[in-house]
Write a protein that binds this ligand. Structure first.
Ligand code: SAM
Length: 284
């Protein structure tokens, strides 16, 4: 594989292409990191893996070497076509040339998933679409067992931060609702070519049964609204959705600080708050 920038450069040149900024093409050139991602997801020959943005295929090759069936979704046609060279004798590589956001993951995975088995998502994500991709994948407990992704380090911190932290926000709450997220390891920007402006980190999300709430959309509308005004107290930030007295009464009934800001509340408290408010608003 291409573990030197010059080799990667030559590979791209031979294909008549170059790394495209608009597609977040910063390619991994560190074999250790590639092996660590495979190990974090504990990929074996039992697994069906959905790889998003395989690019030149360094990670794809590792996943295939571990024996997995790999469904690789790449929207750069030139790189997607070039992946054919990694095909295994037993045809375990399936290439889909498309924007991942246009792919039905159900249709992409179902033909390869055995009864009762779920897939693993593994990706060095295109950074400009990290949030829409995670938002679509995290709720798919029916199809996915885990999501192991490389993201910008600051996004990794946001995804995995505890309540009270400055970076705890609506993405954190959303991911904790559907998964158990874990910060796996930090990756220096020098492990990529071209070298990006920031460091990265791998995050492992174990997808589990989502928490129960009476109205999921309304719950996330509440958390998004609250975190849009994170400096404000909840009774003020939620005023466009609910009456201030309702919010205050709900906080009091749950023995929470009436001056609480959204970042003070763990997922359980936000869910409890939502249910009390929703009840009160319905019976008002
Ligand atoms: N996996 C490779 C690696 O680790 O070297 C490449 C990672 S690179 C950060 C992101 C890859 O995602 C690029 O190959 C890019 O073409 C692809 N990509 C960007 N946007 C995409 C999208 N919406 N759907 C599918 N692939 C996309």
């Amino acid at each position: 594989m291409m573990y030197r920038p010059s080799e990667l450069q030559r590979f791209l040149q031979e294909l008549g292409t170059h790394a495209k900024k608009g597609l977040s093409q910063n390619f991994l050139i560190d074999g250790n990191i590639i092996r660590k991602i495979g190990a974090t997801a504990s990929v074996s020959s039992d697994d069906v893996v959905l790889e998003i943005g395989p690019g030149p295929g360094a990670l794809t090759q590792e996943l295939l070497a571990n024996g997995a069936v790999v469904i690789a979704v790449e929207m750069d046609t030139i790189l997607a076509n070039a992946l054919e060279r990694l095909q295994t004798p037993d045809q375990r590589l399936h290439i889909i040339t498309s924007d991942i956001l246009d792919v039905s993951i159900e249709e992409a995975l179902k033909p390869y998933l055995k009864e009762g088995k779920r897939a693993k998502v593994i990706a060095n994500l295109p950074y400009h679409v990290t949030t829409p991709i995670l938002t679509r994948l995290a709720p798919r407990h029916d199809l996915l067992e885990s999501i192991t992704v490389m993201v910008q380090k600051e996004v990794a911190e946001r995804m995995t931060s505890p309540p009270g932290s400055k970076v705890y926000g609506s993405l954190t709450v959303f991911l904790h609702f559907y998964t158990d997220p874990e910060y796996a390891f930090t990756v220096s920007r020098n492990c990529f070519s071209p070298v990006p402006k920031v460091d990265s980190a791998a995050v492992h999300l174990k997808v589990r049964h989502p928490r129960h709430v009476s109205n999921v959309d309304a719950f996330f509308r509440m958390t998004r609204t609250a975190f849009e005004h994170r400096r404000k107290m909840l009774r003020a930030s939620l005023k466009d959705l609910y009456r201030a007295e309702t919010v205050t009464a709900a906080l009091e009934s749950l023995h929470l600080n009436v001056q609480a800001r959204p970042e003070d509340l763990p997922l359980d408290a936000l869910i409890a708050l939502f249910e009390v408010i929703a009840d009160a608003e319905q019976t008002r």
